[in-house]
Design a protein around this ligand. Structure first.
Ligand code: MN
Ligand code: MN
Length: 296
């Protein structure tokens, strides 16, 4: 494993998160913040492992504005989730910023659950089960008066892969496999609602390459080739493509590629009871010790 690149990616992810946090203010145009954070990641020597995601209120994840989206922040609870890739190695982290002033406790619950889970991984070094980590996350969040989101989870991170097994659950999922060596994202979500997310009706803006297919449209084929070459197995968004190919053509091409199964789409995930959601995330490296790599 290229630990040096991994640690560099983690450090840049933490720096970009801190930078992004300062930009989340009422009146700021959300898409401009995404652009600025991605530019910062590049300037620091990394590249985005996936499009910067800014999800508000009851949207838990996978929210990414289109190129011409004019939406501004206006008193929401905001999740900023970003990943940095260097030579295939990925650091993934997230923070919640509350512009409403109502959710300090809920944010604290997600952060505490993350930190307690990491402490447990250190204490029961390579002998802790996935279920036990999930149980602790669930217990920590519930003891503070909130619900964890049970169908969202942490995950392993691989080379050019943002999500690989195992699932690091946010509740006791009964998986007694142990967490041993590797790179893992610990990623609890807390909510005042039911604790489940569902796909929203909105069109996805985040995609990843799935497979080669018999694509009829000449333009869709061109976009497909670009995606495969440029992003490999990493997620990408309409905004990035629209900048290169134009908004209208991008939409048409993505529609065809999606329909043909050449790409996966990730629609925004919203809390089932439409309740506010907070998120917190660090990436840890387990070798002969446990290290949090998404730190400045
Ligand atoms: Mn993340
Ligand atoms: Mn993650």
């Amino acid at each position: 494993m290229d630990v040096e690149s991994l640690k560099k990616a983690g450090k840049i992810a933490a720096q970009a998160l801190e930078y992004g946090k300062q930009l989340i203010k009422d009146g700021a145009v959300i898409v401009e913040i995404c652009d600025k954070i991605e530019e910062k990641i590049n300037a620091l020597g990394g590249s985005p492992a996936f499009p910067v995601q800014i999800s508000t209120n009851d949207t838990a994840a996978h929210s990414c504005p289109g190129l011409n989206d004019t939406k501004k922040f206006n008193g929401e609870i905001v999740k900023l989730d970003l990943g940095v890739c260097i030579n295939g190695m990925i650091g993934d982290n997230a923070i919640t910023v509350d512009l409403s002033g109502k959710y300090d406790g809920m944010i604290h619950a997600a952060e505490k659950a993350r930190d307690e889970a990491i402490k447990l991984v250190i204490k029961e070094f390579k002998t802790v089960s996935l279920a036990k980590i999930g149980e602790l996350i669930e217990h920590t969040i519930m003891s503070l008066g909130f619900q964890p989101i049970r169908n969202l989870s942490g995950h392993g991170l691989g080379e050019y892969l943002v999500h690989i097994p195992p699932t690091i659950p946010n509740h006791d999922n009964g998986n007694n496999n142990l967490l041993t060596e590797g790179v893992f994202a610990v990623e609890p979500f807390s909510t005042t609602g039911a604790g489940m997310v569902v796909d929203s009706e909105q069109e996805p803006n985040i995609f990843s390459f799935n497979r080669q297919g018999p694509i009829r449209g000449m333009f869709a084929r061109e976009v497909q080739q670009f995606i495969e070459k440029e992003y490999k197995t990493l997620p990408f968004c309409t905004r990035w493509l629209a900048r290169k190919f134009g908004e209208g053509k991008t939409r048409l091409a993505l529609k065809e590629l999606h329909r043909m199964g050449a790409i996966h789409g990730y629609p925004p995930l919203i809390e089932k009871s439409k309740a506010a959601v907070a998120q917190s995330e660090h990436t840890v490296l387990i070798t002969d010790k446990v290290e949090i790599i998404t730190k400045e």
